[in-house]
Design a protein around this ligand. Structure first.
Ligand code: CA
Length: 220
């Protein structure tokens, strides 16, 4: 999953990037409002973490412009501590949730998981598909109750497909959400899918030639 982190403070951005990467997310960062607005308007992210106090265009203005343009990407707003007016304004401007600084990284991750799940219509951090289970908190996939040993890339693939189950996910979208900006050939996804199929069984990931991959909601 690809996250846009909008934060001008290098220290906070470094800490958040580190935590997100460790949790399996692909992170891109914008340092100012204009760049944030452009990326959020032209790229597809699973979610955006948006600091409100930014140089140039402030975070609220950026958020309002995204929403005015019909961009529905879930947004977690970072507000100054105790500023209730920023929280209210943020939510009115279209934020999906907010977090006051300073915050615990665990809380940021929990809120992020929650807004991403809600954006695709799921309620729980544990997703079950037949005998396949994804526990996002523990970053674990199990099959018939037994944990499956997956590499970080394999985990990202399975987690992304489970989250978007029932929808054909184009290869390009998988590339962006698993590898981020690292240049990879589309072949990389095919190879990764092959490895995962050997671990969890072939029925979970269907290939739709020319379209992408599908994790069926009711695999046979
Ligand atoms: Ca700031």
């Amino acid at each position: 999953m690809r996250i846009l982190l909008v934060e001008d403070d290098d220290r906070i951005a470094g800490d958040v990037t580190h935590a997100l990467a460790a949790a399996g997310y692909v992170v891109e960062r914008a340092k100012d409002g204009e760049n944030a607005w452009f990326l959020g308007d032209t790229e597809d992210y699973s979610a955006i973490v948006l600091d409100l106090g930014l140089p140039g265009m402030d975070g609220l203005a950026v958020l309002k412009r995204w929403r005015a343009n019909g961009r529905t990407t879930p947004v977690l707003v970072l507000t100054a501590r105790s500023s209730w007016s920023e929280k209210v304004e943020g939510i009115d401007a279209g934020a999906d949730d907010y977090l006051a600084k300073p915050f615990r990284m665990e809380e940021l991750l929990a809120r992020l998981r929650s807004i991403i799940r809600r954006s695709v219509g799921h309620a729980s951090s544990v997703a079950t598909l037949g005998d396949l289970t994804l526990d996002e908190r523990a970053m674990k996939v199990s099959l018939r109750g037994a944990p499956v040993d997956l590499s970080p890339l394999e985990y990202r693939l399975v987690a992304y497909l489970i989250l978007h189950r029932g929808r054909v996910v184009p290869q390009q979208e998988l590339l962006e959400n698993i590898y981020g900006q690292d240049e990879q050939s589309s072949n990389a996804v095919e190879v990764l899918v092959g490895r995962v199929r050997r671990k969890i069984g072939g029925k979970w990931i269907e290939t739709r030639r020319g379209f992408g991959y599908l994790m069926p909601e009711n695999p046979l």
